[in-house]
Structures are given as C-alpha cells and as structure tokens.
Design a binder for this molecule. Structure first.
Ligand code: NAI
Ligand code: MG
Length: 357
C-alpha cells in the first residue's frame, strides 16, 4: 500500500523548509519501509496568484480530494497579495471543504530551547491543544442593521451543533486515552457565556461516560490562559471551542520557545478527506532567502502526518531525531533562532542522518 501525499510548499520560507521536511519524511519512510507517493503542486501560493489571478485552480478540490494527506509549507506574501486574499483563497478553503474539524497542536518544551517561562525544563511542558476548527464563535450567522446611523447594530451568533461538538470531544478523549497521563482539560466560560458554554460543559460530561479511564477537569478560559503560563505542567490534552482554541493554540507553543519549531495538524479524523499538516509559522519574509529558517516545524509536521497515516513508530523516530540533535547543541548545525550559526539545510541534514541511524 502506498500513501499519496500532496506536497505544497507555498510562499517564502515555506519553500526553504519544505525540502528539509521531505528529507526527514523520506528518511523515515525508508527506515520503516513506508511507501510514499509524493505529488508536488505549485498552487496555494502567491506566485501562483500573480500568474493566474487566483490562489487555486478551479479544479483544486478534484486534484486533492483523493490524497491521503496534504503536506503544506506556509502561505502569504503581503508585499504582492493581501494576507486575507492569500489565506482565504488557500488554507481556509482546504480546512472547510475537507472538513478538517480538529486543529491539533503539540506544546512541548524541547531540549536546548529556552522557554520564555522562567526555570522550565524539558518534561515540564508536554501537552496537546485540540481546537474545534469549523463552527462555534467563527460563524457566518449575523448581520448589520441601521448602518451609519445612531441605531447601528451588529450581531454575530455562536453556532454549536451536537454533531460538531461531540466529534471534536470524541477526538480529544481518544487522544487523552492514548497518552500515559490520560487527562483531559476542557476550556469553558459558563459563568459569562451562559447558554452555549454550559451546554458545552454538558457535552463534555456526557462523553466522559465512554472514557472512564480519562480524568477530566475544566477551567474558565481566563484563568486557563493564566494557568498555561503559571502551571503548564498541569496539562495533558486541552480541548476548546474555535475561539478559545485559537487563543490557546498560540499561547501553548509560545510557552515552549521559538515559533520555528511548532507543528500543527488540521485533521479530518474519519479520513473522508485528506488532513493537512503544516508548521505553525508563516512565510517569514524578513528572513526568506537567507537559508536560516528553522526547519523543525516542518519536520515535526511530517512526524504528525506519519502518525496520522498509521505509522506512529516512524513519527516517533523523527521526533527522537530532532530532539537528539537539539540536545547535542552543535552551534555549527543549529539555526540562529535556537542559538546556532548553521543553516536550514545543515539542521535538516543532521536530523535526516539521525533518522536513518
Ligand atoms: P511568521 O510566522 O511568518 O514570522 C514571525 C516571526 O517569526 C518572523 O520574525 C520570522 O522571521 C520568525 N520565524 C517564523 N518562522 C521561523 C522559522 N522557521 N525559523 C526562524 N524564524 C522564524 O509570521 P508573520 O511575519 O506575521 O507573517 C508573514 C506571512 O506569513 C504573512 O503573509 C502571514 O499571513 C503568513 N502566515 C501564514 C501562516 C500559515 O501559512 N499557516 C501562519 C502565519 C502567518
Ligand atoms: Mg491563530
């Protein structure tokens, strides 16, 4: 069996870190005898937009829908294409049309990387944020009336469906169940948002019956953000609505140091459509062309992709490899953001060699 992977580097440093992501992916595939069929696409980039006047070809859905996964770099080149055009015209189309209703981000403090939180060391921070990615506060229900008058009024409704909430909770419970600590934390705000959030809490309790081994707690979002900073060691899997998850999934990785190493997954768990794996960072125009972008965010995304495709041992080998290279701390190899004077390629090659063993 072969996995069909759509490879889309996108813009800026996406084009620099993607080759290193592929180097790691191919090293792991070779070591674990995984058959990959990589297909390269130049769309979903601002270069494509400048040539064609749109971010995607009309038949993009047909071209991508049968892929087993999409491996993405970064999108955005604000000097030539406004960010809302490049983002809405590409990534957000994929997330919606491929019903990638789970946004998953690991928050893990790695060896050799300094946390902005004082005195935190590897092992202290190691959790996942599971964000609902399709509904909730980010809805298109609402409108404006009496525009431009004193009576001007704007309304935007939160939409939570039992289908939408239960399926993301199920994913989070399953993930918690699979981890040693088996702990789930739910982000709520049932004291202030007194209709949807108490209902969210009820759904969390209803689902808990199916996962007796998982211990569950909940925090209001305000104190939860404080606890991410003060007690990051408390968390194992954190599940949240779209808006709360958006905030937590930036705050969590921020607590673990450089943005260059953080990965993310947009997942359609049933596999009806391809899931998408990408680094958290953007196209970084300020460093593009210098060859110094940290490739670990892209490489870690490859590890998440292999795990999703049913090869957890291959994913783990990639994670072990970059953790070992970071722990060694060879400044000639590491990129400047993690204290070295090496290049995207020197770090990528060192990791790939480690994977090969
Ligand atoms: P950014 O993530 O591209 O850069 C923020 C800062 O982090 C910059 O100083 C950059 O040099 C640094 N940085 C980012 N990745 C790095 C890496 N791998 N190694 C070392 N340093 C790294 O965010 P910014 O500047 O706000 O956005 C630039 C463009 O990227 C915009 O067009 C934006 O819309 C787009 N963007 C795309 C995302 C995506 O594709 N998912 C996510 C975030 C932004
Ligand atoms: Mg965000």
């Amino acid at each position: 069996m072969s996995h069909r992977i759509a490879v889309i580097p996108g813009d800026g440093i996406g084009k620099e870190v993607m080759p290193e992501g592929l180097r790691a992916l191919e090293a792991a595939a070779a070591r674990f005898s995984i058959n990959l069929n990589l297909e390269h696409f130049d769309f979903a980039s601002c270069d494509y937009y400048l040539e064609h006047g749109q971010m995607l070809p009309d038949d993009w859905f047909e071209q991508l829908k049968d892929a087993d996964a999409i491996f993405y770099g970064a999108v955005g080149w604000p000097d030539t294409v406004p960010d809302h055009v490049s983002l809405w015209g590409s990534l957000l189309q994929f997330r919606r049309r491929f019903d990638q209703y789970v946004n998953l981000r690991p928050c893990k403090l790695l060896p050799g990387i300094k946390s902005p939180l004082a005195d935190r060391k590897p092992g202290d921070i190691d959790f996942y944020v599971v964000r609902e990615n399709t509904e909730g506060e980010y809805s298109s229900v609402g409108g404006k009336m009496f525009e431009g008058t004193d009576r001007e009024v704007v309304i935007q409704e939160t939409v939570m469906t039992r289908t939408g909430v239960d399926r993301v909770l199920k994913y989070a419970y399953e993930l918690a169940q699979s981890r040693p600590r088996k702990k789930l934390t739910s982000a709520t705000k049932s004291n202030g948002i007194a209709i949807t959030m108490p209902w969210w809490d009820e759904r969390v309790v209803a689902m808990s019956g199916s996962y007796p081994e998982v211990s569950v707690d909940k925090f209001h979002i305000d104190i939860l953000t404080a606890n991410f900073v003060m007690h990051p060691d408390w968390f194992d899997v954190v599940v949240a609505s779209n808006l709360f998850g958006d905030i937590l999934s930036d705050l969590g990785p921020a607590c673990t140091g450089t943005i260059g190493v953080a990965p993310s997954a947009n997942i359609n768990p049933e596999g009806t459509f391809p899931s998408l794996f990408e680094p958290v960072h953007g196209s970084a125009p300020d460093i593009f062309g210098k060859g110094i972008a940290n490739p670990i965010g892209q490489i870690w995304s490859a590890a998440m992709m292999l795990e999703h495709l049913g090869h957890p041992e291959a994913g783990q080998a990639i994670v072990d490899a970059f953790e070992a290279v970071l722990a060694e701390g060879d400044e000639a190899i590491l990129t400047p953001d993690v204290g070295g004077h090496g290049t995207t390629e020197s770090l990528g090659r060192a990791i790939a060699e480690r994977i090969t063993g």
